[in-house]
Design a protein around this ligand. Structure first.
Ligand SMILES: [Mn+2]
Length: 341
């Protein structure tokens, strides 16, 4: 099954000759952002294009085994070089995000680039004003699934290299929590094709899920022991980390990825929140089970966004304590019945 893509014919014509291409994904890149970027990178490079990947902010080191990881530029560290790449690009990919604000300080240079911009994403409410072509499907498991579909639309499934397939497999693994959420028969057909192409599911599972550093493991243990508050009456769990925790554990971007999911392992818990205090921002990430939409809460009350069962927001107005209190008030006032049902 091929999803419809806006302006596909235009994109095909454009990519029929070698182009200068820049691939971008969202700030604080996760497995899906990195996987979709590298999956597409390896495919397009093999087609003869000159391709570079730029991430807005620091990359979590635990994906450094992926082929091409060391060739990714971080805008934050290489600003003038990245600016030049963005302005000279003829084609620019927007992967796993759909608003310029999701690339933080890179947003102005991204929007200003005269490149033909192609969005491939699975989040709600795409901003269509800054792209010329779009493959946006909220029912897709991941941006990686859509990049796989996109490569198929270009007729390239049989030409994918193992490096490309492995990168895409990583995003499929991480955005579905190890093939548990958001899957479909079509999803598993894609998994089957990637495995037939040589992807080792066991090896990648270990690399992705069983590869905590001791520091990260200790931080997880501390978070779920000392920093958790369980609101049993509304089936909600909240983990809160302060600036001091960040210093004490020398927490780097990526170290906290996935902690919010652990709260959902508790029976009956419907909603989890992970709230951390950083330099001048409080970050909220939320998860939910079933029909409860944390996307509604993050969008309506905290100016964030995401998916129904996985959303987040950056809060700049309120501090850590105020944010926690605000969230509890919202849950008890507007959602109590739904959470107790
Ligand atoms: Mn994603």
């Amino acid at each position: 099954m091929n999803l419809p893509m806006q302006n596909l014919e235009q994109v095909k014509t454009l990519l029929s000759k070698p182009k200068k291409i820049v691939i971008t994904a969202h700030a604080n890149p996760d497995g899906d952002a990195i996987g979709s970027a590298l999956g597409l990178y390896h495919y397009l490079a093999k087609q003869g294009h000159s391709v570079t990947v730029i991430m807005p902010t620091e990359m979590p080191r635990y994906y450094n085994w992926l082929e091409g990881f060391d060739r990714i530029w971080v805008y934050y560290d290489t600003r003038s070089f990245s600016q030049r790449l963005l302005s000279e690009a003829e084609v620019l990919f927007v992967l796993d995000y759909n608003q310029p604000s999701r690339v933080e300080e890179m947003a102005d240079d991204l929007v200003a680039s005269s490149a033909y911009k192609i969005m491939i994403d699975h989040h709600l409410y795409p901003d269509t004003s800054f792209v010329q072509a779009m493959l946006s499907e909220t029912s897709a498991s991941s941006a990686c699934e859509l990049v796989y579909d996109f490569i198929g639309m270009l007729g390239g499934h049989e030409e994918m290299t193992l490096a490309s397939m492995e990168a895409i497999f990583v995003g499929l693994l991480t955005d579905t929590g190890g093939f548990r959420y958001g899957t479909s028969p079509k999803f598993f057909r894609m998994v089957a094709h990637l495995m037939e192409g040589g992807v080792d599911n066991n090896r990648l599972n270990d690399l992705v899920f069983n590869s905590y550093s001791i520091k990260r493991f200790n931080l997880l243990a501390y978070s779920i022991t000392d920093c958790i508050e369980i609101l049993e009456d509304i089936n909600t769990g909240i983990i809160i980390l302060t600036k001091e925790d960040y210093k004490r554990f020398n927490i780097k971007r990526g170290d906290t990825e996935g902690i919010v999911n652990f709260i959902l392992k508790i029976r009956k818990i419907k909603v989890s929140a992970f709230i951390v205090e950083r330099k001048d921002v409080v970050k909220v990430s939320m998860r939910s089970k079933g029909d409860f939409s944390v996307q509604e809460i993050c969008t309506k009350y905290f100016g964030g966004g995401g998916h129904k069962n996985a959303s987040g927001a950056s809060v700049r107005k309120e501090g850590l304590k105020e944010t926690v209190t605000k969230l509890k008030n919202i849950l008890y006032t507007d959602y109590k019945e739904q959470l107790q049902a």
